[in-house]
Design a protein around this ligand. Structure first.
Ligand SMILES: [Zn+2]
Length: 143
């Protein structure tokens, strides 16, 4: 499978018999996979959601948004428990092209992408249990 390095965004091919959670990036030698949400920008966003074979769950947020701040620790905690998914964050004030393309109308909005395609989205604050239930529903839509 292919994993985009969470540090340098190089595309790494992981052999079928190896776990992506153990993989080191061939370019920067750091862990290619990260259990914490990764900050994406207008320049890294498309590469990251399109070139990863794992689904990518993206939290669209803004610094002035109270519900986004409440959502951040929930998102981070669930990311740390989900090693078959990737988690990323997009600051809508900075990554304006991505936010416009994704038609973000309210924040926080969480979008589940697989190979560049949007599978589903949720807006508003969620508990860990709600987020996990929704992620499970998204994963089931893939098969
Ligand atoms: Zn790297």
């Amino acid at each position: 499978m292919h994993i985009v390095c969470s540090q340098c965004f190089a595309i790494n091919r992981i052999p079928e018999d190896k776990s992506h959670t153990q993989a080191k990036c061939g370019k920067c030698q750091q862990a290619a996979y990260c259990l914490s949400p990764i900050e994406l920008s207008d320049s890294s966003f498309y590469r990251f959601i399109e070139k990863n074979d794992l689904p990518v769950v993206v939290d669209f947020w803004a610094s002035w948004c109270g519900p986004c701040k409440a959502m951040a620790p929930v998102f981070k905690a669930v990311a740390g428990q989900s090693d078959s998914l990737l988690f990323a964050k997009v600051n809508t004030e900075e990554a304006q092209k991505v936010s416009t393309d994704a038609q973000i109308r309210s924040i926080p909005t969480i979008i589940f992408f697989h190979k560049g395609k949007e599978i589903d989205r949720m807006s508003g604050g969620l508990s860990q249990a709600q987020l996990k239930t929704w992620l499970l529903q998204c994963v089931q839509k893939l098969s």
